[in-house]
Ligand binder design. Structure first.
Ligand code: ZN
Length: 130
């Protein structure tokens, strides 16, 4: 008997508490609201093309010390495809691949690991980061 009466009451209470619980989240202080239009927090690989900033590209190429594909270790040549690793809040990074179709998606899975290899090569090369 009591159950029949209390169930709608319970539902109303649940609705009320979930509304209250949602309030402090939206009114989080100090933080900028999360941009909802960005689908992934990780960066993306953009192929270098005619629209790429030439000055930036020349600088990035000069600083790029890794002469091998960071993913599989194959030697690079003049035809090696170049990509820009673009991540929100970080400067663009040049990455060169061997041309194997597997290497670009493999990089995208663990970009930080491979970018570290690029950085390490630059350091080993005498390390003028700027
Ligand atoms: Zn490769």
């Amino acid at each position: 008997m009591k159950f029949i009466v209390s169930l709608p009451k319970l539902l109303a209470m649940l609705a009320a508490t979930s509304l209250l619980a949602a309030l402090p989240l939206s009114a989080h202080d100090g933080h900028e609201p999360e941009p909802t239009s960005v689908p992934t927090p990780a960066g993306t690989l953009v192929p270098v093309n005619a629209k790429t900033d030439a000055a930036w590209l020349a600088k990035a190429r000069a600083a790029y010390a890794l002469d091998r594909c960071p993913v599989c270790g194959d030697k690079l040549d003049d035809k090696s495809p170049e990509y820009i690793y673009r991540e929100a809040g970080h400067p663009d990074r040049l990455v060169r691949f061997c041309g194997d179709a597997e290497c670009v998606p493999a990089f995208s899975k663990e970009p930080e690991k491979y970018l570290r290899m690029v950085d390490d090569a630059a350091k080993a090369h005498g390390g003028t980061a700027h």
